[in-house]
Design a protein around this ligand. Structure first.
Ligand SMILES: Nc1ncnc2c1ncn2[C@@H]1O[C@H](COP(=O)(O)OP(=O)(O)OP(=O)(O)O)[C@@H](O)[C@H]1O
Length: 625
């Protein structure tokens, strides 16, 4: 199926956030889970509280330290006033020297306090980020396959990396500095009003237009930030698909079209980022220009009043120094608001995934029919009127599986045959509960699989798929994953022998050889055999194999089957098969057609009695002989 996905990727670009540049992008979580059209940034950010709670004391201390540091900065103008009206006016060099010493000490204290703040927050915030990332990863593992079918992996990756980094930055800077700057501005304004209330009012003049600009900016920036973050997720998806599908991209000469798709997405993202930059530039300009005009006006008015003798020169110096000291806290508000908006968006995107319902671990009561488990007719693997429709299938579309009845007897191996797209993979995916049946039930030795815990089910049922996924680990570790990682070396050897994976011993470090990302350094057949060894290492009662031997030559396949029969004589197996060679090795065959099992029998019986089966097998019948 992965190969199919890559094929699709190479030919049909999926719709992305970038295709909808005029709207905030919907998360790819189905129609109902889109972001609210208008949301409160504060409410979104409040959801971070459970993560911030454990480090709240540190954050609060850091904020207090920053406020003290900032207020220390505001004392400097008062020392200046004292110097200008005192020692400077009186031409007292010792007093000026003392004043300079005070200024130096105040500056030093301010710098040290800001340094202390950074030290206080660095470690706990790295912990918050790591904790959130661990929760996200854990949650992703628990989400049903249907969720992963719907979501582009790049969207998930970008949430686990870029968005979380944004959140750490928000907790380190904007969260603290919006508070620190707010308090600094308040204290500074009070100092200025106390110095001279008329000049203070002049300085306060631009407050109303600045507030209006902030409100408009906040709304627009929220939309732009959401769009940019979603588009970054789309871009990650394209990069990831191109890297994973590099063989198909190269094999089909798709590098130009992939490069074009990448360019288009990055151009769209660049456009959105420029839009954000323009919004940011506008608010910076407003936040810098308006207070600057007010300071200019206060300077003129103050100078006139000093000339008239209404105001002391020291007061004017102190007043203007305070106003200038407030410039950075005011100027940076736009930037801090922008970061806060991005953090609110990142929080929403994070919780869109975290809010998705995980696989339920609850078990249901066994149906009445399940109570007499062990009854001969019920033993083995049984499908009872199983109907299945994919969760994201269009409403009204016919089910993929329609009232399927099938009984694989204990110890029997049953081949599942059907035209491409007939639902074979889907049927096998229902046994380990990768998807839940829509109607009907599946029983293992008479027990409904929904009445078992997932752990129990996955101990009893092992699976291997046509496209084998190997993890970046040693061969042994990959195989042991089939037995909760605790299979003895003897068991691993046995499983490798069943899967005819003798090639492992010729690898540089034998079973300790690392296999690369997705085992790309091994051949398709070798990977399939390792995946099969992983499936059998735990000696499962039930084995579900989705055409896992397709890449093997007929002789190796026969050897694998013979070993499987010998070693796993008690195992009940359902094997999706395309080739007559595979089918011949099964005890019986079930034909899946039109979503139903239309015939069950031995290969030869079906060949004689069933035209569709004969037709399906005819393509390779000659080769199989
Ligand atoms: N995740 C999914 N979401 C929605 N529809 C799906 C999904 N996976 C498969 N389908 C659809 O379900 C139907 C059965 O697919 P399935 O993969 O089970 O067929 P198959 O018999 O295994 O085919 P093949 O022999 O080609 O592997 C197809 O029409 C397919 O498009």
């Amino acid at each position: 199926m992965a190969v199919r996905n890559l094929d699709r990727m190479a030919t049909t670009p999926t719709p992305t956030a970038a295709d909808r540049p005029d709207q905030p992008a919907d998360p790819p979580d189905g129609p109902s889970a889109g972001p609210p059209a208008r949301r409160s940034a504060v409410r979104s950010l409040l959801r971070l509280w459970p993560y911030v709670r454990p480090v709240r004391a540190r954050l609060l201390t850091a904020a207090v330290v920053a406020i003290v540091a900032s207020c220390v900065g505001l004392v400097i103008p008062l020392v200046l006033k004292w110097m200008v009206d005192g020692p400077v006016a009186e031409r007292d060099p010792a007093g000026v020297g003392l004043g300079a010493l005070y200024l130096l000490l105040l500056g030093l204290a301010e710098a040290l306090l800001f340094g202390l703040r950074r030290w206080l927050v660095a470690r706990p915030l790295a912990g918050v980020e790591a904790g959130m990332r661990a929760d996200l990863y854990r949650h992703l593992q628990r989400l049903p396959v249907a969720f992963h079918d719907r979501w582009a992996s790049g969207q998930l990756l970008s949430r686990g990396t870029g968005d979380l980094a944004l959140l750490r930055m928000f907790l380190a800077f904007p969260l603290t500095f919006l508070l620190v700057n707010g308090v600094t501005i308040l204290v500074g304004v009070i100092i200025m009003l106390v110095q001279d209330w008329a000049l203070g009012l002049v300085i306060l003049g631009p407050a109303v237009p600045v507030l209006l600009v902030c409100v408009v900016f906040e709304k627009r920036y929220a939309l732009a930030a959401r769009r940019a973050q979603d588009q970054a997720g789309d871009l990650t998806t394209v990069v990831e698909e191109s890297v994973l599908g590099i063989r198909i991209v190269k094999g089909f000469g798709r590098h130009r079209s992939q490069a074009r798709a990448f360019r288009e997405l990055s151009r769209t993202l660049r456009g959105t980022e420029l839009h954000k930059a323009r919004l940011l530039a506008t608010i910076w300009a407003a936040m810098m220009a308006l207070p600057e005009v007010a300071i200019g006006a206060a300077l003129v008015l103050g100078a006139v009043r000093v000339a008239d003798g209404d105001l002391s020169a020291g007061t004017l110096v102190a007043f203007l120094s305070t106003a200038l000291a407030l410039r950075w806290p005011v100027d940076s508000i736009g930037f801090l608001l922008a970061l806060s908006q991005e953090a609110a968006t990142a929080t929403e995107r994070y919780f869109e995934v975290m809010d998705a319902e995980p696989e339920s671990s609850a078990t249901t009561e066994p149906a009445d029919g399940d109570r007499d488990r062990g009854h001969d007719g019920d033993r083995g693997l049984r499908f009872h009127g199983v109907t299945f429709r994919y969760p994201d299938a269009p409403p009204g579309s016919p089910p993929v599986l329609d009232r399927v009845d099938l009984h694989v007897r204990p110890g029997e191996s049953m081949a599942l045959v059907g035209a491409t797209g007939s639902g074979k993979t889907t049927l096998t995916a229902l046994v380990p509960r990768l998807y839940e049946v829509t109607e009907g039930r599946i029983t293992l030795d008479g027990t409904d699989i929904r009445a078992m815990s997932r752990e129990e089910l996955r101990t009893r049922v092992a699976v291997a798929f046509e496209e084998p996924t190997l993890f970046s680990a040693s061969v042994g570790e990959n195989v042991r994953m089939g037995a909760d990682g605790d299979a003895a070396p003897m068991e691993v050897e046995r499983a490798l022998a069943v899967a005819q994976a003798d090639f492992v011993h010729a690898l540089p470090q034998g079973v300790d050889t690392q296999v690369g990302e997705q085992g790309l350094s091994l051949s398709g057949g070798q990977r399939q055999r390792l995946a099969l060894a992983r499936a059998v290492v735990g000696r499962p009662d039930f084995l579900v194999l989705d055409d896992p031997l397709s890449a093997l030559d007929v002789h190796t396949e026969a050897a694998v089957e013979a070993a499987l029969r010998r070693v796993l004589a008690d195992t009940t197996a359902l094997i999706v098969a395309h080739r007559p060679s595979t089918v011949l090795l099964a005890d019986r065959v079930a034909l899946l057609s039109g979503g139903r099992v239309t015939a069950v029998g031995t290969h030869h019986e079906l060949l004689r009695s069933h035209a569709e089966y004969a037709h399906l097998m005819s393509g390779e019948e000659e080769d199989g002989r």
